[in-house]
Ligand binder design. Sequence first.
Ligand code: ARG
Length: 469
Amino acid sequence: MKNQKLWGGRFKSSSLSEVDQFNASVEFDQKLWPHDIAGSMAHAKMLAKQKIISQKEAKNIVQGLQTISKKIESGKFSWDLSKEDVHLNIESILTQLIGSAGEKLHTARSRNDQVATDLRLYCREKVKLLLQGLVWLQQAFAETAKKNVETLLPGYTHLQRAQPISLAHHLLAYFEMLQRDFSRLSDSLDRINVLPLGAGALAGTTFPIDRTFVAKELQFHDAAANSLDAVSDRDFVIELLADLSLIMMHLSRFAEEWILWSTHEFGFIQLPEQFCTGSSMMPQKMNPDILELIRGKTGRVYGSLVSLLTIMKGLPLTYNKDMQEDKEPLFDAVETVLASLQILAPMIRQTKFNAENMKKALSAGFVLATDVADYLVTRGIPFRQAHHIVGKMVSYCHKKGIELKELKMDELKKFDQAFEKSIYHWLDEQHAVDRRKSLGGTARSNVNQAVTQAKKIISKNQQLIAKLK
Ligand code: ARG
């Protein structure tokens, strides 16, 4: 029986359906169709410009591709598994639709440079959406911070109460992380925006193609300089997955904190009901499922990164079919991160902060011990000695079941003569916060500036996104 595959010329027998099934990628790579069509249109225009095909043929191809595009959009296109992948599905329908001009589209092109091009276009489109998602989340953090400059809570190290901080300062820490995520993603566009098309299967082509023209058509900065590299690397996918993993690492830390904060044990926040779920058995439950899922999905995104690193490890140049396995992890990670970014912004905005409980948490745990040591330093005692003295005071208070601020003047004097009434001013949480005026510290004056700065950064980010294709 004659082999019906587009590549079937040298094959005598027809393929086994199990093999078709195993080999095919169309079930998942059909997601690439808008990019595949955009790439094909640019390629056809270039072929005509270079007189490799006629203008009329190019016009037919472009029109045919437009028709296919509409059909796919309306959900009426039926993907054929025996046609293997998105590229061959579209090409074969095009030929059915417009006849022999369709068969010329693949001149000077291979699926190897085609798929690499599609994938770069996909990444570019998604990076733009991811950048937008990051800014939305930054906005939620910045707005919430603005309302909470004077809400105080303990900052933690080792999950032990450490020093008082402003809640806004805490929220803006996440703003900073997201800003680095933003800058990493926007930088990655420099490397994504390089055109593989025209590399052919691996070595270039004998036709007089114009790759610079195609690069311009598809709004890439450049055409890849080496045909072997162009078809065989997926470092841009790995880079994107690494960037996504870092985003999720940040989100998972945030999720974990808010899961803790929402417990009865902490009682710092009340999550909006709509972002929680109940238990099928325990009627009292309101569980922080969304945050737990963010934490869990982080593992899934890391998995994608590790998959791609492992798939690409040790692959000889140039294209190998292993590389078809790049798509599912990439698509899955992109969709997971987009969904995670989108769900968190409204949740943050609707969360209620329990300032009373945060304050209560400040009243135990000796969070002002460093301040007492700093006070002694201002009175001429070397820090190491001051640290030791306050250590003794803490142990004394611990035994007595009191806090540092409850110590009477005569008790204080026993620890050091340098103590005067002014110490009680230092034993106030808001003062302690405001004294931390060092660059990047939690003082109100700093945090107010940081809130203003965050607003500026957000509008700069928005401008950058608006300029992207
Ligand atoms: N479906 C393939 C992939 O995603 C397209 C490239 C196939 N090239 C080939 N020579 N078999 O990698």
